[in-house]
Design a protein around this ligand. Structure first.
Ligand SMILES: [Ca+2]
Length: 502
C-alpha cells in the first residue's frame, strides 16, 4: 500500500514537473511605437538602451513585421482574436470586437491560454477599450483570469493642468491659435511629474511584482504601455535627453503624393492638417524630439520589467514578445499620425525572445502581428487553434531564413496593404493602387503601379487582398457605450464562457 502511495505521489509529481515545463509568456504591447528604436534603427537618434539590451542578450528582431490593421482598436482586436478586420468586421476604433460574429464563437488569445492550463493576467492597454468599470477603462478584463486596474488612464497631473480646454495643438502648455482641428490630440510637452507618478510606471511596477509570484502553473502575462501614444507628455528628464537644436530633420519628398492617382489621373492624397500646421510654425524638430522623448520614457518602463524577469526564477522558461500595435508617420508622406496603408503606419516593431537565444537575430520575412496567436500556441505546445487566420512563424524563430510563403497583409477601412521582402503593394477600395520596389526604393517614393512591366507582379500580389469584407456593426458599439460598467453588459460577461468558446 505504501509503495502504491509512493508510486502515486511519484506519478503526480512527474505530472507536475511536466506541467511546469510549459514556457510562460510575457506579452508586452507598446502603443503607437514605430521603428524609431535602436534595434530597428528607424531614427538613429533614438535612445532606447533597454530595447538594445533586450535584443543583444538574445532575441529575434523582425525587420518587416506588419500589423493587421494600422490603428489601435482593430490592430489589437486582430492580434487577440486571430481574425483580420475583413473577417471580423472590426475596422475602426468605434467597432467593438465582442460583437463580431466570429469573435463571439472563438476564444481570444488569453482565453485560449486560460482554457489550456495557463494562468492569465494583465495590466494596462492590451485590448482596446471595452467599456469601463468604476470609471476606469476596461482593456479586456473579461478575457483574463486576473486583471489589474491601475491608475486612471491619461491622468498625469501636469498634463491635466495643460489640457484644460482642448487637447489640440498644445505645445509646452501653450495652445496654438492656428490649430483648428479639435479632434486631433497632436500636442506635447515636458511634465513636472516624476517618473514614478506616470501611468506606465504603475503598469511596469505591477509587472515587476507579479514576476516575483509563483503561480504553480505556467502564466500568460500581458503588459500594455500607453506611450508613445498621443498626447506626448512625459516627465521633463526625457525631453532633456534630446537637444532640440541637434534633432535631425525627417527626410521628406515634397512631391511624394503626386504619383498616387485615381483612374482619372487625379491626385488622391493631400498633405494633412497636422503636417501643414507643423510646417507653417517650423515645429518639425520639436515634434520629432517629443516622440523620441516618449519612446525613451517607455523604454525605461520596459527595462523595469525585463530586469525583474532576469531576477525572477522565470527568465529561463519565459517567451517574451514585444510589439507595437502599428507604426506612426512623423512627416513622411506629408503627414503625421497613423491609419494609412504606407510603410510608416503598417510596420510596427516585433521582437521575440525564446529561452536560450543568446544574440540579436534579424529576420526579413514579412510576418504579421496576427501570426503571434498561432505562433504562441505552437511554441507552448497547446492544441492547434482552429479557425484563426494567422500563420505559425515558430520555424522562423529557429531559422530566420526558413521557408515563409506569406506576405504581410494589413487591412484598413480604405483598402489593403500587401508587403513582401521585395515589394509593397497597396490597393484602395476606390480602385487606386500603389506599388513600390522596397529594395531599390526603401522610402517608397516612386509608385510603379502604372508601369506595365510590373503587371504580373501586381496580379500576383492582388491574390492576397481579401475579396470579401465583412461589414462593421456600428449599432452594437452604441449599445456597448450605454453600459456604464462592463460587468453589466450581457454580451461580454454572461456570453463569454470559456467552455463554450472554440
Ligand atoms: Ca510618391
Amino acid at each position: 500500500m505504501k509503495n502504491l502511495i509512493l508510486s502515486a505521489l511519484f506519478f503526480t509529481s512527474c505530472l507536475l514537473v511536466n506541467a511546469q515545463k510549459k514556457p510562460n509568456v510575457l506579452f508586452i504591447a507598446i502603443d503607437d511605437l514605430n521603428d524609431w528604436i535602436e534595434p530597428l534603427g528607424g531614427n538613429k537618434q533614438a535612445i532606447t538602451p533597454n530595447m538594445d539590451k533586450f535584443t543583444k542578450k538574445g532575441a529575434m528582431v523582425f525587420n518587416n513585421a506588419v500589423c493587421a490593421a494600422p490603428i489601435c482598436g482593430p490592430s489589437r482586436s486582430a492580434i487577440l482574436s486571430g481574425f483580420l478586420p475583413s473577417t471580423s468586421g472590426v475596422y475602426g476604433n468605434a467597432h467593438d470586437m465582442v460583437y463580431s460574429d466570429v469573435v463571439k464563437k472563438n476564444a481570444t488569445l488569453p482565453e485560449y491560454f486560460s482554457k489550456n492550463g495557463y494562468y492569465t493576467l494583465s495590466n494596462g492597454k492590451i485590448f482596446h477599450k471595452h467599456g469601463t468599470k468604476n470609471g476606469l477603462t476596461d482593456f479586456g478584463a473579461w478575457a483574463y483570469d486576473e486583471f489589474a486596474r491601475g491608475r486612471r488612464y491619461n491622468n498625469d497631473k501636469a498634463r491635466s493642468k495643460f489640457l484644460t480646454s482642448s487637447k489640440a495643438g498644445i505645445i509646452n502648455g501653450q495652445k496654438s491659435p492656428d490649430f483648428k482641428d479639435k479632434r486631433s490630440k497632436l500636442s506635447w510637452g515636458a511634465t513636472q511629474d516624476t517618473f514614478e507618478e506616470t501611468v506606465d510606471y504603475a503598469v511596469a511596477d505591477w509587472a515587476t511584482k507579479q514576476l516575483q509570484r509563483d503561480f504553480g502553473q505556467p502564466f500568460f502575462m500581458s503588459v500594455g504601455f500607453i506611450k508613445p501614444h498621443l498626447p506626448w507628455f512625459v516627465p521633463k528628464e526625457f525631453f532633456d535627453m534630446y537637444d532640440v537644436n541637434e534633432i535631425e530633420d525627417i527626410i521628406i519628398k515634397e512631391d511624394d503624393l503626386e504619383d498616387i492617382t485615381n483612374a482619372q489621373g487625379k491626385q488622391i492624397f493631400k498633405p494633412s492638417d497636422e503636417y501643414n500646421w507643423i510646417k507653417k510654425h517650423n515645429l518639425g524638430k520639436q515634434a520629432t524630439r517629443a516622440y523620441l522623448a516618449n519612446i525613451t520614457f517607455v523604454d525605461k518602463c520596459l527595462g523595469m520589467v525585463m530586469d525583474a524577469l532576469e531576477k525572477s526564477g522565470h527568465a529561463d522558461n519565459t517567451i517574451v514578445m514585444i510589439w507595437g500595435d502599428h507604426g506612426w508617420h512623423l512627416g513622411e508622406k506629408l503627414r503625421y499620425l497613423k491609419n494609412t496603408l504606407w510603410a510608416e503606419a503598417v510596420k510596427p516593431p516585433l521582437m521575440v525572445r525564446l529561452p536560450g537565444m543568446k544574440k540579436t537575430i534579424y529576420c526579413e520575412k514579412p510576418v504579421s502581428l496576427l501570426d503571434m496567436y498561432p505562433t504562441l500556441v505552437s511554441l507552448c505546445d497547446l492544441p492547434k487553434k482552429k479557425n484563426i487566420e494567422g500563420h505559425d512563424f515558430s520555424a522562423l524563430l529557429k531559422n530566420p531564413k526558413a521557408k515563409w510563403e506569406y506576405p504581410g497583409v494589413t487591412v484598413s477601412t480604405s483598402g489593403t496593404s500587401v508587403l513582401t521582402e521585395d515589394f509593397h503593394y497597396i490597393q484602395y477600395t476606390s480602385g487606386a493602387i500603389e506599388l513600390y520596389d522596397v529594395k531599390k526604393d526603401p522610402r517608397e517614393w516612386d509608385n510603379l503601379a502604372k508601369d506595365e512591366s510590373y503587371e504580373k507582379i501586381i496580379s500576383e500580389l492582388n491574390k492576397w487582398v481579401p475579396k470579401e469584407r465583412t461589414k462593421a456593426k456600428k449599432e452594437h458599439y452604441k449599445k456597448a457605450k450605454n453600459y456604464v460598467d462592463a460587468d453589466q453588459d450581457p454580451t461580454i460577461k454572461q456570453h463569454r464562457k470559456l467552455s463554450e468558446l472554440e
